[in-house]
Design a protein around this ligand. Structure first.
Ligand code: IMP
Length: 188
């Protein structure tokens, strides 16, 4: 089966590719520019995005593809930025988050990933969550986005200090991807 990961983020594609290889799946990259729809939850955003790109390009209806929406939820900020992570990263970035977290004792947070998978006129959602902490300062230079300020529980390194292979042991994204890839290969 040929599947497409629709994303403009090459780092997400690299993370997914490594896992797809482990599952012996052929996964191709499609970069379609679209404005992310608004929504109160990642589930709504992922599903709406899927419908939006299907309407934009009718040929996609014949393909098997998925896209993914992720967010960082910080407990002491009432789970902000959550579904607004993309906008918040673009505007205040990691420095802005660290500033908001100054003097906060509770630094627990979690990343969530929601995949919207499309095949045969049907959309299915797959989810993954990784709990951890917001660091006091940026650490590491690898990865992307909030990686330098997020340390998963039971790890001594932020995502940005890990190799891609190590991030793929702990990340929210590998959890949603594993669920999807397991369901795709279960009956192969
Ligand atoms: P997106 O809408 O899924 O692309 O992600 C929303 C925001 O969260 C973007 O600013 C991303 O850079 C950030 N983000 C998503 N996934 C990750 C991750 O695995 N690590 C760090 N930041 C992420």
């Amino acid at each position: 089966m040929e599947i497409y990961f629709i994303t403009h983020n090459s780092s997400k594609f690299e993370e997914a590719s490594e896992l797809a290889n482990n599952f012996s799946l052929t996964m191709n990259w499609k970069n379609i520019e679209y404005e992310e729809p608004q929504g109160d939850t990642l589930e709504i955003i992922a599903e709406k995005s899927c419908i939006k790109i299907l309407e934009k390009d009718l040929t996609l209806a014949n393909l098997v593809f998925f896209l993914e929406d992720a967010g960082l939820f910080i407990d002491s900020l009432n789970r902000f930025p959550g579904p607004y992570s993309s906008y918040v990263y673009k505007t205040i970035g990691n420095d802005g988050i660290l500033k908001l977290m100054e003097n906060k004792e509770n630094r627990t947070a979690f990343f969530k990933s929601v995949i919207a998978f499309y095949a045969n006129n049907e959309i299915k959602l797959y989810k993954g969550i990784t709990k951890g902490k917001i660091t006091d300062s940026k650490q590491g230079h690898d990865g992307f986005g909030f990686d330098p300020i997020f340390k998963p529980s039971e790890c001594d390194e932020t995502f940005a200090e890990m190799t891609l292979t190590t991030k793929n042991l702990y990340s929210h994204r590998q959890k949603s991807l594993r669920e999807l890839f397991t369901s795709l290969t279960a009956f192969a």
